[in-house]
Each structure stands twice: as C-alpha cells, then as structure tokens.
Design a binder for this molecule. Sequence first.
Ligand code: NAD
Ligand code: TYD
Length: 339
Amino acid sequence: MKVLVTGGAGFIGSNFIHYWLDNHSNDHLINFDKLTYAGNPENLEDVTSNPNYEFIKGDIAQSADIKEALEGVDIVVNFAAESHVDRSILDPAPFILTNVVGTQVLLDAAIQAKVKRFHHVSTDEVFGALELNSDKKFNEETNYNPRSPYAASKAASDHLVRAYFTTYQLPITITNCSNNFGPYQYPEKLISLAITNLLENKKVPVYGDGLYVRDWLYVEDHCAAIDSVITKGKIGETYCIGIDNDISNIQAIKKILEILEMKEDKIEYVKDRPGHDRRYAIDATKIKKELGWKPKFDFETALGKTVTWYKENKNWWQKLRNKNFENYYQKQYILRNET
Ligand code: NAD
Ligand code: TYD
C-alpha cells in the first residue's frame, strides 16, 4: 500500500508515522507537510534513511502540490491542521485556510486520484462543552456545537469530509479524539508547556480557576486507534476516541509537579481563555466494541513516560522555544494579562 500522511511533521502525525512504519513494514509512506511553526523534520530524523519513507514539503491548500503527491496513493490520513485554540483566538485566518479550504482541496485531489480510503483526523472539540460534575459524554451521535475558531474550523472540515462521502462516494472515515499528550508535542499545549516551563524553572500558567476538565489520551493509543479504523473501520463512519478519565487541569499540573519533585508555588493563575470549554469527555464504546481497540496506557504511567522524554530530549524542545515562540508567549501570556 502507498500511504500519504498530511501534517506528518507535527506532534501526532510524527508519532503516527513511527507507529505505521513499525507496524506496516511493507507499506510506502509519504509525509506531506508545509512545515509551519509546528512542523519539525527532527521528529522523523530516525526514519529518513528508511527506504519506505519519503518527505514532500507542500501545502494541502495548494492543489498543484497535493495532486502530484497523490499519484498512485491508496490511503490518505489527514492530520494537517492549525491545531492550537489560543492561536485561533489570536488569529483565526490560518485556521480557515488550512483546516477548511485545505481539507476541501485535499478532498478534491483524493477523488481525482481515486484513493481507496480517506481518513480524517478530528477532535472532540467540535461537540462543544459539557458541564462539570455531569455524567454526560460525547459520542458519535452528539450534535456539533463548536465554540472556538479552531473547533469551528475542524467542525467545518468534518462536515466537508462527510459531504464528499454522500455526494461523491469518496471512501472516508473520521475519528474525533480527546486531548493527546506525549513525545514531540510542540511546547504550547497544556502538558508540554507545563513540563518545559518547569524544566526551565518557570511557572505554569493556569487559566481561570483551573477546574477545566479534559480526557487526556497518550498519543500512542491515539495512533493505534487510527490504525484500527483505517484497517477495520466501516467506510462512511465516525469513531470517537478517548480514555474515559476526567482530569482537571490543576490535577494534571499537580501530577507533573509531583513527578518532578517540585512545589505548588510553581502554579500561576492567569486570565481565563475567552469562551473556555468547561469539560470534554468521550464515550469510546463504538470503537471498543466494533473494532476491538482499547487504550494501553493509564494517565499516570503515560505522564511519567512523557516527563522522562522531555527531560531526556532538552535539545529537541529548547530549540523550539526560540524568538518566534517568545513573541507568541508575550502575546498570549504577558500582554493579555496586562489588559
Ligand atoms: P500539530 O500542530 O502538532 O501539527 C500540525 C502539522 O500540520 C504540522 O506538522 C504542520 O506543519 C502541518 N501543517 C499545517 N498546515 C499545513 C498545510 N496547510 N499543509 C500541510 N501541512 C500543514 O498538530 P497535532 O496536535 O499533531 O494535531 C494533528 C491533528 O490531530 C490535527 O488535525 C488536530 O486537529 C487533530 N487532533 C489533535 C489533538 C491534540 O490533542 N493535539 C486531539 C485530537 C485531534
Ligand atoms: P490545550 O492543551 O490548549 O488544549 P485544548 O484547549 O485543545 O483542550 O489546553 C488544555 C486545557 O488547559 C484547557 O482547559 C486550557 C488549559 N490551559 C491552561 O490552563 N494554561 C495554558 O497555558 C494552556 C496552554 C492551556
């Protein structure tokens, strides 16, 4: 099989490429990535000499780039996206260009290339927010109710993917997953930011009361879930992925402090995110029952592995905390708190 992964130089995409090359050693895999601030070729340094791996620099929103790359491809796995909610609040435009227009351009090219499977990687954020202390969870039947520019752009992309199945019979599948953490996560999301700030002896900024809840899943479990959907999932279907484990931001940060043997004075409460979604929770019964997937890693074990990875790979993330990152940090954390 020839597999084209978009956004493979990012966090989940690069973990997925490692996973796929390890588990499907006869496949040829093309990584098609624009290399934005979040795309990092170093995530894949160890596979560049693998003859089954190929990298193409390109933009999913540019049809000439993607058409050429799709020649002879059997399976597309679409990770390419602008992925950070806070950046979408500061500047929504790139989110519409890549997540909405890019997905449409990619879908058109996939039809022309007659691909056998188009798998779209999406998020639970399309469903909106749940209340604290309720038993409610998102599942495949939950209505869409996106509340940030990021979530709205991903919701639009999911709708397009489904529309191309209904209208053009493009053989699609979609997964909506909860928050991921693990190696190679750019240090802007809660867990990667907290670990890297603490390793630099800085404080961890906690938005609002810190009692926002996420269903944190280790990235390797997400990759295995996508594999099971691509290899066993039913065409046209959506699968929700999560670990069924409500964790508040403050609990997650306290766990990291405990692992690093640091004190709680490293927590700094800052101005809340506008439109902050209170709680996400996933009911993953469908993928478990129909495809036999289940998570391998519990939160604490996976968090320990992740902290160890960041401790052992300072070179990887210290380079990323450069001038561009500092500009973003200023805008997001320093200037915003002064207004
Ligand atoms: P990321 O920001 O780490 O990586 C995104 C990658 O896409 C980067 O390599 C970037 O260079 C590339 N890219 C961006 N625009 C592009 C374009 N126009 N053309 C080609 N490549 C482009 O993101 P991530 O956290 O790895 O997320 C990957 C996917 O998974 C996204 O679609 C995201 O919505 C989804 N998702 C993420 C999470 C999470 O917790 N991170 C959870 C559920 C779903
Ligand atoms: P994030 O990792 O940005 O993922 P998402 O917004 O997609 O869920 O944020 C996870 C939670 O952590 C969310 O409730 C926002 C909160 N958060 C902070 O409190 N401080 C931070 O510096 C960041 C980045 C997030």
